[in-house]
Design a protein. Structure first.
Length: 316
């Protein structure tokens, strides 16, 4: 009897299972979900020894490798590189052309590498130079102070039509070619102080400022009428030399004349004024320094009648 009951219950269970509805197979559109779970990169692993808040899982960690590759292989938008500016130096040339750092010096170095070029200004101060380096053609201001330059040659400043200022303070210059400065059409300022110059060369008429202080200029160091045609000259400094006279004639444009610490012993009444024209007034020349000379200014009182101010010097 028990056997019959067991057979009946087994038949009943089989019929119940067979009568259950069969669900349709779910088909996913994405082909990526056919990848077996074991082949997924970084599968989720549960560690019973760790608490749930310490599980390290990130969104997208369990994505199939194909999906991750599709994300990583997407081309990145590269920012366009800024166009590198081509360096333009004093002569206007570019890095691809010649003369980027100026013409070559005697040592084989470009001038703008040996010195410093800023705009159209060249600084060669304190570089132990023994000669004027070749300068770019557009040089406007040139400084070469505290060097060992002994001579200025005829062509040291050739073809520098824009040159306005030359400063060669504190060198060993004892010789200057007669035409070294004469061919500079725009030269305005010439500074040659603290050298060993015995003879001034011919000067261009465009000069407004001359400083040849602390040199060795004597009786024949400045030619006759050396400043006569310098109609733009405003400042003339010839201090600490060995002059025994005031170089005449002086241009009407002159505003300051510094001749202190020389060997000037006398002055004429027409040095600054006109003896025959008492109405003449020289208003521009307001600054005359003659202190440090063996001259008594009180002996020539009429020499200052046309001046707005008396010279500075010994009145006894």
């Amino acid at each position: 009897m028990q056997t019959f009951v067991n057979i009946f219950l087994g038949f009943f269970i089989f019929e119940s299972v067979g009568a259950a509805p069969i669900s349709d197979t779910v088909i996913y559109d994405s082909e990526f979900y056919d990848i077996p779970f074991g082949e997924l990169p970084h599968p989720f692993v549960y560690d019973e020894n760790e608490q749930s808040d310490q599980l390290e899982t990130e969104i997208g960690t369990a994505l199939p490798a194909i999906i991750q590759e599709s994300y990583s292989s997407a081309p990145l938008m590269e920012e366009p590189d800024e166009e590198a500016s081509t360096p333009k130096l004093i002569d206007g040339s570019s890095a691809q052309g010649s003369g980027v750092l100026g013409p070559q010096t005697q040592d084989g170095l470009p001038t703008c590498l040996l010195c410093t070029c800023l705009g159209t200004t060249v600084y060669c101060d304190d570089h132990e130079l023994d000669a004027i380096p070749p300068l770019p053609k557009k040089t406007t201001y040139f400084y070469s102070r505290y060097n060992r330059i002994r001579k200025i040659n005829r062509n040291d400043f050739a073809n520098l039509n824009n040159l306005k200022r030359i400063d060669l303070t504190a060198n060993f210059i004892s010789e200057i070619h007669e035409d070294a400065f004469r061919r500079l059409p725009q030269l305005e300022e010439l500074v040659l102080r603290d050298n060993r110059i015995r003879q001034l060369p011919e000067l261009p008429p465009t000069l407004t400022f001359i400083d040849v202080s602390k040199n060795r200029l004597g009786r024949k160091g400045i030619r006759n009428e050396a400043f006569k045609d310098l109609h733009e000259l405003q400042h003339l400094y010839i201090t600490d030399n060995n002059l025994d006279h005031i170089p005449l004639p002086l241009p009407e444009s002159l505003q300051a004349l510094h001749l202190q610490n020389n060997n000037i012993q006398e002055m004429h009444e027409d040095t600054f004024c006109k003896m025959k024209d008492f109405t003449y007034v020289r208003r521009a020349l307001e600054d005359i320094r003659l202190d440090g000379n063996p001259i008594n200014l009180s002996k020539t009182p009429y020499a200052y009648m046309c001046l707005p101010r008396l010279p500075v010097g010994n009145l006894i």
